[in-house]
Design a binder for this molecule. Structure first.
Ligand code: 6PG
Length: 271
C-alpha cells in the first residue's frame, strides 16, 4: 500500500499526504464506498463529511438533526470530533443529537449507548441541553415517547425536510444495524419510527431502536464498519444473495437521501 500525494487544487494549497484510499467494492444501493488503509483514516473521511453536511443543513434549515449509534467502533470517531480542530467547526449549538438505538438499561450502566455518547461528545460540545435527546429506555413506552419527541422537533421543518439529516449506523458481525437484529420483528416495521425490539437473534437486554422507515428517510446515511469481524457481513452484502431478515443491513436503502459506506481495509476484505 502506498500513500498518495494529492495534487493541490490551487496555488496557495500545499501538496499534502492524503489518506490512502484503497479500491472499493461495489455495495448494492450505496452511492459511495470509501475504503481506507486504517480505521483512523476512515474516521477522518467520515468526520469531514459529517461537518460538511452539518454546515449545509444549518445554512439551509437553521439546524442539523444528527442520529448517532453506540457500539465500540464509533467511540474514537466521537473523540476525534471533539479534539481535532478540523472537526471542532461542527455547529453543535445548532445540532439536535438523537440516538439510533439504546439498550434497555439505565444511563449509568456501562452498556448504555447514551452514557458513551455523553462522555465522548455531550460533555465537551457546546450543544444546548434541550437539543440532546437520549432514549429513556427504562421508562414505560420509551419507544412511543421517543417517536413523539422526534415528530415534535422535526415538525418545525417544512414538509419533505422533516427528516433526520445524518444517521450514523454501525454493523454487527451478524449483519445487524441499529438494533435491527436478524429475524427480529422490528425489521418488518413499516409505520412506527421507533420501537422496542426483542426476539430473533437479539441479544439481551431488550432494545429501543429507530426503524427502517425513519432511517431510510434520512438525508445522509453513513455506515461505519471497521475490523476483521465486519469482513463477513460486508462480503455477504456485496454478494447480495440474502434476505433483509437474514442480513438486516440490506434493508438500509435511502428513499431520497445518500448512502455512504466507510470501511477500513479489514472490513472491506482488502488485507
Ligand atoms: C449498539 C449499536 C449497534 C452497533 C453494532 C456494531 O447499540 O450496539 O448501535 O447497532 O452499531 O452492534 O457494534 P460495534 O461497533 O461495537 O461492533
Amino acid at each position: 500500500m502506498t500513500m498518495h500525494m494529492r495534487r493541490p487544487q490551487s496555488k496557495s494549497e500545499p501538496y499534502a499526504l492524503t489518506e490512502a484510499i484503497l479500491p472499493a467494492p461495489r455495495i448494492p444501493g450505496a452511492d459511495e464506498v470509501i475504503v481506507t488503509a486504517s480505521a483512523d483514516m476512515v474516521f477522518d473521511r467520515l468526520a469531514g463529511d459529517m461537518v460538511a453536511q452539518a454546515k449545509e443543513c444549518v445554512r439551509e434549515f437553521g439546524d442539523f438533526h444528527l442520529a448517532l449509534s453506540g457500539g465500540r467502533t464509533p467511540e474514537p470517531l466521537y473523540e476525534r470530533l471533539m479534539y481535532d480542530p478540523n472537526y471542532r467547526q461542527l455547529p453543535w449549538r445548532r445540532t439536535h443529537l438523537w440516538l439510533v438505538d439504546e439498550r434497555m438499561v439505565g444511563f449509568d450502566d456501562p452498556k448504555s449507548n447514551f452514557r458513551m455518547i455523553h462522555e465522548t461528545i455531550v460533555q465537551h460540545a457546546d450543544i444546548p441541553p434541550e437539543q440532546v435527546h437520549p432514549i429513556k429506555a427504562t421508562v414505560e413506552n420509551a419507544d412511543v415517547e421517543y417517536e413523539k419527541e422526534l415528530r415534535e422537533q422535526l415538525m418545525w421543518r417544512e414538509k419533505g425536510q422533516d427528516r433526520l439529516d445524518f444517521a450514523l449506523l454501525g454493523l454487527g458481525a451478524d449483519g445487524h444495524t441499529a438494533s435491527l437484529f436478524p429475524y427480529s420483528e422490528a425489521i418488518h416495521e413499516d409505520a412506527r419510527l421507533v420501537r422496542v425490539n426483542r426476539g430473533g437473534q437479539t441479544p439481551p437486554p431488550g432494545r429501543i431502536t429507530m426503524t427502517l422507515p425513519l432511517i431510510n428517510a434520512a438525508r445522509f446515511i453513513a455506515v461505519l464498519a471497521c475490523g476483521m469481524s465486519k469482513q463477513e457481513p460486508i462480503a455477504r452484502l456485496i454478494e447480495d444473495r440474502e434476505t433483509i431478515e437474514a442480513l438486516p443491513i440490506k434493508g438500509v436503502r435511502p428513499l431520497s437521501g445518500e448512502l455512504h459506506y466507510y470501511l477500513d481495509a479489514e472490513a472491506a476484505g482488502a488485507v
